[in-house]
Ligand binder design. Structure first.
Ligand code: ATP
Length: 257
């Protein structure tokens, strides 16, 4: 049996006396796209923070290629919803992407090369000299994705990354990350509140229960890799999967109430 790229097993986490995660487990291979959905306040962000090594679980393990995660791993990058706060307004786009690389001791010429390559891969090849405030919200989120890509991560963890942009931009960004997965073979773990988005992007949808959170189901999405915002969403299979995930979440919300 091969070791999965990401293996989450038996995660438990409490804040004081409040248990948030209860034996959460799932795994992902290289190039897998996992989306995570669940009732509001279930502990999705807490789960991502444990997976990213930002929070230590009380019990259970997170392993990347068989090695335990005990702090932020080199080959894991994070993208959050709030791009407007994550980009520094006084630095150019290239400067924003280069800043974390600089703190890792990477020299200026290499920082510039990596920033330009990452910007090209998110369709913003000419944006390097601009400031974040000169860009639209969707473009700023592309910059945040480029900043993550500049680390050449093997896994990209995203916490509701498209929740703050309009529907058209959201669709474009969804297709962008699917393209990145296909071109760069990156593994994605993406939390979303949007069930359509969860199904459209995923190879598997991890459905969480209400707190304390367990994995209610891992729903395989057998829609193939070629997805189209209109055609895929019109298929009977997509509609069926969306209903299945929706029912699972609704029953969890009902149980929590
Ligand atoms: N640092 C903390 N200290 C105490 N309680 C916390 C802390 N962080 C989160 N919580 C609580 O843990 C529970 C889960 O929070 P978390 O943000 O992980 O859920 P979520 O599923 O991401 O929420 P949402 O769906 O609203 O984004 C919530 O009840 C929250 O109030």
């Amino acid at each position: 049996m091969t070791t999965p790229l990401l293996d989450v097993s038996g995660l438990n986490k409490s804040y004081g006396s409040k248990q948030v995660l209860a034996d959460v487990g799932f795994s992902a291979g290289t190039g897998d796209f996992l989306t995570v959905v669940g009732p509001s306040g279930a502990g999705k962000t807490t789960l991502l923070r444990c997976v990213s090594g930002l929070l230590t679980p009380d019990r259970g393990t997170v392993e990347l290629s068989g090695s335990p995660v005990t702090g932020p791993p080199e080959d894991l990058a994070l993208v959050f919803q709030d791009y407007s706060r994550s980009l520094l307004p006084w630095l150019t786009v290239r400067g924003n992407i280069g800043l974390p690389l600089r703190s890792k001791g990477i020299r200026a010429a290499e920082r510039r090369r990596r920033a330009d390559e990452a910007l090209a891969s998110v369709g913003l090849a000419d944006a390097g000299p601009l400031y974040p405030w000169q860009l639209s919200g969707g473009m700023q989120q592309r910059v945040a994705i480029a900043r993550a890509l500049a680390f050449s991560p093997r896994i990209l963890v995203m916490d509701e990354p498209f929740a703050s942009v309009d529907a058209q931009t959201r669709a474009e960004l969804e297709d962008l990350v699917l393209g990145l997965r296909d071109r760069l073979d990156i593994t994605f773990l993406l939390v979303t509140h949007d069930i359509d988005e969860a199904v459209y992007l995923a190879d598997r949808v991890v459905v969480l229960s209400g707190a304390p959170t367990t994995v209610t189901a891992v729903v395989p999405v057998d829609l193939g890799r070629d997805r189209d915002q209109v055609e895929t969403k019109e298929t009977a299979k997509f509609v069926e999967l969306r209903s299945q995930v929706y029912r699972l979440i609704r029953s969890e919300q009902g149980a929590a109430a």
